[in-house]
Write a protein that binds this ligand. Structure first.
Ligand code: ZN
Length: 172
C-alpha cells in the first residue's frame, strides 16, 4: 500500500475510535417502550458530554475508582450488551454478566403510579450498563451494596444512571 493511503486510513481509524463508543445495547424484542429506551441509552453512550459529566465525579461510595477512571472503563469497553426479559420480575432489572441486562416487563421504566416514563427507563438501562462494564473485570469495583435503593445514591451505578436520566429530561 502507498504510504499516503496508510496515513489516511490511520487517521480515519483513530477518528472513528474517538467519536464512537463501542459499548452498545442490543434489543431485538417487539416492545416499543423498551426499544425507544434502548435507542436513547445508546445515544447517551455515544455522547461526549455524558462521559464529561462522569469525569467530574471525584469519588463514589463502595468504590476506590474516580469518575475519570470509570468513564475511561466505559469509553474503552468494546462490548455488545443484550437487553432481555427477566423471567422472575422481583426487581425491575438485574445484571450479573458483561453481556446481558435482564429487565422485568411488568416493572421496567414505571413511575410510582405505574406509568411508563422514558427517563426512568433510560436511568435503569444506564445503571445496568455500569454493572455490565464492571463485570468485564470482577463486577465489584464500582457497584453498590445489595438491592436496597436507600443509601446507594452516591454509588457509581446510581450516580451515572441519574446523569442519563437528567440528559433525557433536559433534551425534551
Ligand atoms: Zn444496581
Amino acid at each position: 500500500m502507498r504510504p499516503l493511503f496508510i496515513i489516511l486510513l490511520s487517521v480515519f481509524v483513530l477518528s472513528q475510535g474517538r467519536s464512537q463508543s463501542h459499548l452498545t445495547l442490543i434489543y431485538t424484542g417487539s416492545n416499543n417502550n423498551v426499544a425507544g429506551a434502548v435507542q436513547k441509552a445508546n445515544e447517551i453512550l455515544n455522547s461526549t458530554s455524558f462521559y464529561e459529566q462522569i469525569r467530574k465525579i471525584a469519588k463514589f461510595d463502595h468504590s476506590s475508582l474516580t469518575g475519570q477512571q470509570v468513564a475511561d472503563r466505559m469509553q474503552s469497553a468494546s462490548q455488545q450488551i443484550r437487553v432481555v426479559r427477566k423471567i422472575k420480575p422481583i426487581a425491575n432489572a438485574s445484571t450479573k454478566t458483561s453481556d446481558k441486562i435482564k429487565i422485568s416487563r411488568s416493572l421496567f421504566g414505571l413511575d410510582s403510579t405505574g406509568k411508563f416514563v422514558l427517563s426512568i427507563a433510560v436511568n435503569t438501562l444506564i445503571h445496568e450498563t455500569v454493572h455490565a462494564v464492571d463485570f468485564l473485570n470482577t463486577g465489584s469495583e464500582f457497584t453498590h451494596d445489595g438491592n436496597r435503593s436507600d443509601g446507594q445514591e452516591n454509588t457509581a451505578p446510581w450516580m451515572i444512571g441519574d446523569i442519563a436520566e437528567r440528559m433525557v429530561l433536559e433534551n425534551r
